[in-house]
Design a protein around this ligand. Structure first.
Ligand code: AMP
Ligand code: ZN
Length: 512
């Protein structure tokens, strides 16, 4: 375990606090998963990227993390309260498919987006429809304990039974009334405005596709109950960190706390981690608004998913992040430059590949991020390696300060240690940042490093930039059929000791 104190902002206490898990060295972490009625947009994915970095930071430092995520495939109405249409049903109607087909399709799409962004798939991913009997049990206990009531054939949680219902969200009932303008068809069964549905049997949607028997009649669960049950099923009665986007604070997480703590009779989760929104010029990016951006739409426009990830990591997770293509282009330039610098490290390809495969181990690709020994073994200078590992962990441990961690990455590249040690360190950093550094190094160093191939030759940055620029200009000249200029560029490079070769894969160069 690295000797680093982790501090994170806790929405519950509204301050940055030292992170102390319930059980030493172990972390139980829960993430609210997607409602799988549509593609995840890049705003949703900002939240998952930041949660991924939180998880990986804890693992990097040495914690044994168990992370659980639900998949909402039932019960989430179009408002986050209990009004509107079931989102899943709306998706099924839109695409003329069954709800289960929609759920399967968009769960797979989400997994594919997570893969493209190097987001580690949580240890446990559980669809809500797997856990109906657990939901029913929790609702029964809440009724027995007097925290719930049946009205109009639905079961509701009675928020008036709690003194501290608003503990997380710092709201009050008056604000709720004012803020509830879209609540057009107010539910008259509710005793209190903030009460929420635990189990629907009588809804206005007679065509609800997924229904289950329950003690209160055939019906389906409310949205909030799934996260309480699924987290307890896999993490037990005490949880360390619960994550989501800031829009989840109210009502979703507020309701999760209300029902979980009433059910358990004790405090449930100690730390609440919320990621702020990705906004566009029209405000928060939202699925319901249409025209939202997906990872694939960025790829179609020519952006590597890693560029979007780098964009997210350069800002702090607690600040709103304004998306524009102009901002993304700036980050693309920075990312390409960074990749170029990493590619030009003078390293032995075989040693790099061996370290990457040793680190990955023979498992299913879910490597143990706590173990950096394969990368440390690669480094020639262990002191420099250890010192940078600590600085990087310290930057992240200060409320997941990813932009500071990226600064440490640049510091490594600027350092005067040898290139193999630098490669070892940045590979280790990529265990957390996961911005494709391992791929960049593995691909850059194909061809033996010492053979004088591009990316490996002992030319300085300035000369390398000049060579690359000249090759591009020459290509353009040839395209324009300006062979005199093309030849002049080739001769100019030769005078600097660089020989150009045209191959089927394009133009390459070597030292004369
Ligand atoms: P959903 O699939 O709508 O349940 O949302 C999945 C996750 O994305 C939740 O944690 C939301 O809080 C989060 N989220 C929704 N919109 C945004 C946004 N514009 N920026 C960042 N996170 C968001
Ligand atoms: Zn949730």
């Amino acid at each position: 375990m690295l000797d680093v104190k982790v501090e994170i902002y806790n929405t519950l206490s509204k301050k940055v606090e030292e992170f102390v898990p319930n059980e030493e060295g172990k972390v139980g972490m829960y993430t609210c998963g997607p409602t799988v009625y549509h593609y995840a947009h890049i705003g949703n994915l900002r939240t998952y990227i930041c949660e991924d970095v939180l998880e990986k930071t804890l693992r990097f430092i040495g914690y044994d993390v168990k992370r659980v995520m639900n998949i909402t495939d039932v019960g989430h109405l179009s408002s986050d309260g209990d009004t509107g249409e079931d989102k899943m049903l709306a998706g099924a109607k839109r695409e003329h498919k069954s709800v289960m087909d929609i759920a399967k399709f968009y769960t797979d799409a989400f997994k594919s987006d997570a893969d493209k962004l190097n987001i580690r798939w949580p240890d446990v991913v559980e669809p809500a429809t797997n856990c109906i009997s657990e939901f029913i049990h929790m609702v029964e206990v809440l009724l027995e304990k007097g925290y719930a009531y049946v009205a109009g054939d639905n079961v509701y949680f009675d928020t008036s039974k709690l003194d501290d219902y608003y503990v997380l969200s710092a709201q009050n009932e008056e604000e709720l009334v004012v803020g509830a303008r879209d609540d057009v068809d107010e539910d008259t069964n509710k005793k209190n405005k903030a009460d929420f549905v635990l189990w629907f049997t009588k809804s206005k949607f007679e065509n609800q596709e997924l229904k289950w028997d329950s003690p209160w009649g055939v019906g389906y669960p409310g949205w909030h109950i799934e996260c309480s049950c699924i987290s307890m099923k896999h993490l037990g009665e005490y949880m360390d960190i619960h994550c989501g986007g800031v829009d989840n604070i109210f009502p979703h997480h507020t309701n999760e706390i209300a029902q979980s703590e009433s059910y358990l009779g004790h405090k449930w989760c100690n730390y609440w981690f919320h990621v702020n929104h990705l906004n566009t010029t029209n405000g928060k990016m939202a699925k319901s608004k249409g025209g939202f951006l997906t990872v694939d739409s960025l790829v179609e426009k020519g952006y590597d998913p890693m560029v979007y990830k780098f964009f997210c990591l350069q800002s702090h997770y607690r600040k709103p992040l304004e998306f524009s293509f102009e901002a993304l282009d700036n980050v693309k330039n920075a990312y390409d430059k960074l990749a170029g610098r990493i590619k030009r490290l003078n390293v032995n390809a075989d040693n790099i590949k061996k370290a990457i495969s040793d680190a990955a181990g023979a498992d299913d690709g879910k490597r143990d991020l706590t173990d950096g020994s394969a990368y440390r073994a690669l480094a020639n200078d262990k002191d420099v390696y250890d010192s940078f590992e600590k600085s990087f962990a310290t930057a992240l441990a200060g409320d997941i300060n990813t932009s500071s961690a990226i600064t440490v990455l640049y510091d490594v590249l600027k350092n005067d240690t040898d290139d193999t040690t630098k490669a070892a360190i940045v590979l280790r950093f990529d265990d957390v940042l996961s911005i494709g550094i391992a791929d960049i190094l593995a691909n850059a160093s194909t061809g033996a490093a010492d053979a004088g191939a591009p990316g490996a030759a002992d030319v300085d940055d300035e000369l390398l930039a000049y060579i690359e620029e000249s090759i591009q200009k020459r290509a353009q000249a040839k395209k324009d059929k300006d062979f005199a200029t093309a030849d002049a560029i080739r001769d100019e490079l030769l005078s600097k000791g660089i020989v150009i070769k045209d191959t089927r894969e394009g133009t390459t160069w070597e030292k004369a």
